[in-house]
Design a protein around this ligand. Structure first.
Ligand SMILES: NC(=O)c1ccc[n+]([C@@H]2O[C@H](COP(=O)([O-])OP(=O)(O)OC[C@H]3O[C@@H](n4cnc5c(N)ncnc54)[C@H](OP(=O)(O)O)[C@@H]3O)[C@@H](O)[C@H]2O)c1
Length: 226
């Protein structure tokens, strides 16, 4: 499957891109400039050797070529970036990792902004109604993605309105060792999933670590009360 990471040159995007390269997927690292995207590819090759399954493109070209898209840009860049990939994103699963953190407007990364649409993922869906937006990757830190020798000890909470799109991305995400996908339902659930991120950032600060994550348990235990 061809996976484009839109804004794939930052900490989160490059980490996700590298993990999917290791998993054997065809990865396109997207950027506003081809030069910066190529620098991202060079970084992946520095880590993984001269692998053939990663290439560079501008964000619009990456979106057009890929089967599924991953958005990893700050909230302030979300709208412009989405509009730049409008054509390529139409009809495709688009996993949005955007965190509506207060730090985007000069505040704290341990607080969440209340967006009119309800969440950053719902905002993405409103900007690109033809894309199949899925909230994903919000609760897994860039440190985990780049810890390449270790499986990622986190669940990936996802939500979205298109069942078929979620069925496409679930086995893809689970190709990354350690990650279990938990489908939390419709896209409106993103407002809850996105709020877990500032909680985890706060826990990382309190515990002087960078690996805070979340696991949901008990979902396969059945019911005790009928
Ligand atoms: N970092 C984490 O651990 C983590 C965890 C969970 C969720 N997230 C979310 O994932 C997203 C990306 O996080 P990050 O830490 O990777 O962000 P980042 O490094 O600050 O930015 C990622 C990329 O976005 C593009 N970008 C940055 N500012 C832009 C602007 N003003 N206009 C257009 N494009 C811009 C840049 O790509 P080009 O310059 O190459 O175009 C940049 O390399 C955020 O929404 C964050 O909340 C991050």
């Amino acid at each position: 499957m061809k996976v484009a990471v839109i804004g794939g040159t930052g900490g989160q995007g490059l980490g996700i891109a590298t993990r999917f390269v290791v998993a054997g997927e065809e990865v396109i690292i997207g950027s506003r400039t081809l030069e910066k995207a190529q620098a991202g590819v060079d970084k992946v090759k520095e880590l993984q050797g001269d692998v053939k399954n990663v290439k560079a493109a501008t964000n619009p070209d990456a979106a057009k070529e890929a089967d599924v898209l991953i958005m990893t840009v700050p909230l302030a860049a979300q709208k412009d970036t989405l509009l730049s990939i409008k054509e390529g994103a139409a009809g495709k699963p688009l996993m949005d990792a955007t965190g509506p953190l207060e730090s985007c407007i000069g505040g704290s990364a341990t607080r969440c902004l209340n967006l009119t649409e309800g969440s950053a993922a719902q905002r993405a869906q409103a900007i690109l109604p033809d894309a199949k937006v899925i909230c994903a990757f919000n609760n897994i830190s860039q440190t985990w993605w780049m810890q390449l020798e270790e499986p990622i000890d986190c669940d990936c909470l996802i939500c979205g309105d298109d069942k078929d799109a979620k069925a496409i991305v679930t086995p893809l995400i689970e190709k990354v060792p350690g990650i279990k996908v938990v489908d939390c339902g419709m896209l409106e659930r993103a407002s809850i999933i996105e709020k877990i991120t500032p909680l985890l950032i706060g826990l990382n600060i309190r515990n002087k670590c960078q690996f805070g994550g979340i696991r949901i348990t008990g979902l396969d235990k059945g019911r005790v009360c009928k």
